[in-house]
Design a protein around this ligand. Structure first.
Ligand code: CUA
Length: 326
């Protein structure tokens, strides 16, 4: 009811609760505006009306029972009303319906991974059906993160060693942004993801393993159907996501915390010490296991070593994938 004035000022309300949340927020805002105008207005009026006149004497006032009762009772009623309204919205926000679809969320430096009931895994992209309650059960692999979808008005800390959860029922199809809202290290601001809210038929198609490129898309879903990769490179691409490489290395040539791996293979790379190397298998392997050995020009020595954290098969798959990104 108060929301119309806000079109554009608040993020798009992507759930019914978001709309209710906005109504409450707008009510509080306009109530505050009303009292600011009333109080400041009266102050200015009194200052002018009772300014110093010659011969005017101030009157000593000791109290007014009626006025005191009035300004105690009225604000109390307003506050109780706000409390009841807030409590109702809060209850709805924290109590997921029993039939909610459960999806696990794993936060790690610096990406969001999503694990579905059927064993599917996605990184950086969360797929949910429209008009169906979804409960996220979230944990962290390393440090504190915070899961934030502005359009759904949900934000919750994700804490290592325990589960926290949020729920929502999306009503607007298409893409909504996910942010990390807790400073968690170098690439915190890159720790983004997207929620794709799918219509029922698209959700069914996605569950059957169709890539989103194969599903006829509407409203902001990614269209790109990339060239097919060899199974080994495909495995490498998955690893790239699971191990968190993509938080710092892009596949489109744009530099992040580390250099992009697009078109690197077989080309010469300029190093921080001024020398150059050709990016071959051994260079890539060394860069994974001992990242500081050959630091690329323009990048800091921030990458941790992955020595011992990847099997030979995994390193082969990673390199096969990097080779395929031309
Ligand atoms: Cu994760 Cu900030």
């Amino acid at each position: 009811m108060f929301n119309e004035a806000w079109a554009g000022a608040l993020p798009l309300p992507g759930t019914d609760i978001a709309a209710r949340w906005d109504s409450l927020f707008s009510f509080l805002f306009w109530l505050s505006v009303f009292f600011v105008v009333l109080i400041v207005g009266l102050m200015i009026y009194f200052a002018i009306e009772y300014r110093h006149h010659k011969g005017q004497k101030p009157k000593y006032i000791t109290g007014n029972h009626q006025l005191e009762v009035f300004w105690t009772v009225v604000p109390t009623i307003i506050l109780l009303f706000i409390f009841a309204w807030g409590y109702k919205v809060y209850r709805a926000m924290v109590q997921p319906p029993a039939d909610a679809l459960e999806i696990r969320v794993i936060a790690k430096q610096w990406l969001w991974q999503f694990q579905y009931e059927d064993g599917k895994n996605t990184v950086g992209e969360l797929y949910v059906p429209i008009n169906r309650p979804v409960k996220l059960i979230m944990s962290s692999d390393d440090v504190l993160h915070s899961f934030f979808i502005p359009n759904f008005r949900v934000k919750q800390d994700v804490v290592p060693g325990m589960y926290t959860s949020v729920w929502f029922e999306a009503t607007v199809p298409g893409k909504h942004l996910v942010y990390c809202a807790e400073y968690c290290g170098t690439a915190h601001s890159n720790m983004l993801a997207s929620v794709f809210v799918l219509e029922q038929d698209k959700w069914e198609a996605w569950k059957k393993g169709k890539s989103i490129g194969q599903i006829a898309t509407a409203g902001g879903l990614p269209e790109a159907a990339p060239a097919p990769l060899s199974p080994l490179a495909e495995q490498g691409k998955k690893l790239m996501a699971m191990k968190g490489c993509i938080a710092c290395h892009s596949d489109d040539g744009s530099p992040r915390v580390g250099p992009s791996y697009k078109g690197v293979f077989g080309h010469s790379v300029e190093l921080a010490d001024g020398s150059t190397v050709t990016a071959d298998e051994n260079y890539l392997r060394e860069s994974v296991e001992n990242p500081q050995a050959k630091l690329v020009k323009g990048f800091g020595p921030v990458m941790p070593t992955y020595k011992g954290q990847l099997t030979e098969e995994e390193i082969n798959a990673l390199i096969a994938y990097i080779k395929s990104v031309k």
